[in-house]
Every structure is written in C-alpha cells, then in structure tokens.
Design a binder for this molecule. Structure first.
Ligand SMILES: Cc1cc2nc3c(=O)[nH]c(=O)nc-3n(C[C@H](O)[C@H](O)[C@H](O)COP(=O)(O)O)c2cc1C
Length: 331
C-alpha cells in the first residue's frame, strides 16, 4: 500500500493532512475525533494575545470594588488573564495526554508582545510545535511597507530566539516582494511557513444596509494562489511549506505535493463536509499514487515546482490571447 507518511517541522506525520486551526480544534473531544478520522496532525485553535489582554482589562474595569485600588485592579486583571491562559494550557496538556498525532499550538500574536511568555508555557506542557498566526492589516497611510516587513522579521527573530522547538509562521500573501520575505524568514531559521491563512472579510448587505461577514468558508477553486507560491518557493527555502486554503479533495492535495508542499492544512472542507471526508481524501491520494506506481510522497513531491516544470508558467500573471487560444477548455 502507498506510504503517505511525511515529515513536517521535523515531526513525523503518518500522512500530510493536518487539521487547521479552527473551532474544530478547540476542544479535546473534537481533537480526538480528528485523530480518529485519520488526520496526521492538528493545529489547535489560536489563542489570541489581543483577547487575553482584553479579557484582563474587561474583568478588572467592570468591577467597582477593585477598580478604585490599583493593586486590586492589577490582581483582577492578571487573574482573569491567567484563567484564559490556563484553559489553553489544559487543552494542550489534554491533547498531548490523549493523542498520538503531533499537537501544534497556535498563537495569534502582535510583534513584540507578551505572547512569547505564553508560548513558553505551551511548550512546557508538551506542545510539539508552535504556529505563529500573524497578520497586519496595513491601513495606516503613514506606515511604509518596509516597517511592516521589519515587524514580521522582528516577530520571527524573537520567537526563534525564545523557543527551542519547531516553529512555523502562518501568514497571508500581501507583501510587495513575497519571495524576498519568504527567503528572509529562512535566514531566521524558522522550521515552516503556512501558505496562506485565509482571513475574515467584511461584506455589505444592501437590503439591510449593514456590514456582514463575507463567506467564512473557502471554495474549491481558492487553492491556486497557495499552490503557485508553494511551487515558486519550495526549492528556494530550507523550511517546510505547508499549503493551506481551498484544499477540499485528494486531487488538490496531490497538486500541492507536486508543487513541493510538505503537508497541507484542511479547514473549510472539514467544517462543511465533516471528518469522514479525511478518509476519502486519503483514499484518493493512495489510488492516484498506486495508479502512477509511486510508493512514497518523496518520489513525486516537488516534481512540478518551478525548478522542475516550465518556470515561466508559475510566474506568468497576464492573460495573453495566445494562451487562451492554446489552452481553452484544457485542464
Ligand atoms: C471559523 C474559522 C475559524 C478560524 N480560526 C482560526 C484561528 O483561530 N487561527 C488561525 O490561524 N486560522 C483560523 N482560521 C483559518 C483556517 O485555519 C484556515 O487557514 C483557512 O480557513 C483556510 O483554509 P480552508 O480553505 O481549508 O478553510 C479559521 C477559519 C475559520 C473558517
């Protein structure tokens, strides 16, 4: 039988299918269901540094008895923050005690915040790796792109220095020179990068004249941006690339592996179709490997990355008439 095992961030995975950070990975019961369904690893729902800080402030400022006393205010703020962190620590600890697959803790962090201290505690209770979830919506017209880039680099640098365990960054694609950023993360010795996170977007309901959330779940054709950048970068960086967004079936997982991904993350497909879909995805990959006489993922991984395929195809962005004529209707 085809062997689907892989390594990711130096961890051994029985297959490259990882449950992405989402409500599905927020409780121990769900995590057990993820393992039973056959996933190769899980990324816990992110703990948000911003939320920890806000919980502390809300609790303390809502209490008249304490807010008049600086010491009391501090006490209340810190203890409610601690309770929030303790709940996450319990999730990491519980997951490690009951699961055999690797458990990756996820922190949504600001650049030089207190999150490093939290991360160290997640490591202490056994997390196998840390995924940093960072995104800056650059809305300030005074802030230059180079400042945002510095912020990302500073974040990774601090994390690398402080955390002696596998470390990955889950990021979005919005950089003016994405290739350069991805190379610079490599210079900081990160173990992996997740390409790409898919963010919450607001939409407008014109009947209710209100802001509403845009589509929360991805669609099946959203994988191509991630695949392109995986193909462009997988041979140019030493770290592992984990492909994410729009991966809904085995065929797309195979494409991401051909582009050079070490693993993939699944979220929308699991939320929409349920965990039984993991078995179907796995079977589809096995069948394709067997019909192409591949016994392991390494035999074909990266074989259509930029270095091994037509390099221009991965870089081309403009629709030229000749391409349309030649390729119309073809897969
Ligand atoms: C309801 C929901 C909650 C999510 N929460 C997180 C989160 O806490 N941290 C994170 O890094 N990504 C989070 N994500 C993003 C997913 O992990 C994933 O990267 C994204 O949905 C793209 O993958 P997909 O196309 O398979 O859905 C969330 C996505 C959804 C739909």
């Amino acid at each position: 039988m085809a062997d689907l095992s892989t390594t990711y961030l130096g961890l051994n995975l029985k297959n490259p299918l990882i449950a992405a950070s989402s409500p599905l990975t927020a409780t121990l019961d769900n995590l057990k269901r993820c393992e039973d369904a056959g996933l190769g690893a899980i990324v816990l729902k992110s703990i948000f540094e911003e939320q920890i800080e806000a919980i502390g402030e809300d609790t303390a400022s809502g209490s008249d008895a304490y807010s008049a006393h600086t010491d009391g205010y501090e006490f209340l703020r810190e203890s409610s923050k601690e309770r929030h962190i303790d709940a996450y620590l319990a999730l990491v600890e519980g997951a490690k005690a009951s699961l055999e697959i690797p458990v990756i803790a996820s922190i949504n962090c600001r650049s030089n915040g207190k999150w490093i201290e939290y991360a160290k505690r997640f490591v202490a209770v056994g997390a196998d790796a840390i995924e940093l979830n960072h995104y800056v919506v650059a809305t300030d017209v005074e802030v230059e792109g180079s400042e945002i880039e510095k912020e990302y680099l500073s974040l990774v640098k601090h994390a690398r220095k402080a955390l002696d365990l596998p470390l990955s960054l889950k990021m979005g694609p919005a950089f003016s020179s994405l290739a350069n950023m991805l190379r610079r993360f490599d210079e900081l010795n990160i173990d992996g990068v997740v390409l790409f996170n898919r963010f919450y977007n607001p939409d407008i309901n014109i009947d209710r004249m209100k802001m509403v959330p845009a589509h929360m779940l991805s669609s099946k054709d959203e994988y191509t941006l991630s695949m392109r950048w995986t193909a462009l970068m997988s041979q140019q960086v030493r770290y592992d690339i984990c492909a994410s967004t729009g991966i809904w079936d085995g065929k797309t997982v195979i494409k991401q592996l051909l582009a050079g991904a070490k693993s993939v993350q699944l979220c929308s497909v699991l939320l929409k179709q349920g965990l039984s879909t993991v078995f179907k995805i796995e079977s589809e990959i096995r069948q394709w490997m067997e019909s192409n006489s591949y016994e392991s993922l390494d035999q074909f991984r990266g074989s259509l990355s930029q270095e091994h395929a037509d390099p221009m195809t991965w870089e081309r962005v403009q629709y030229m008439k000749s391409i349309l004529d030649a390729d119309a209707g073809k897969e």
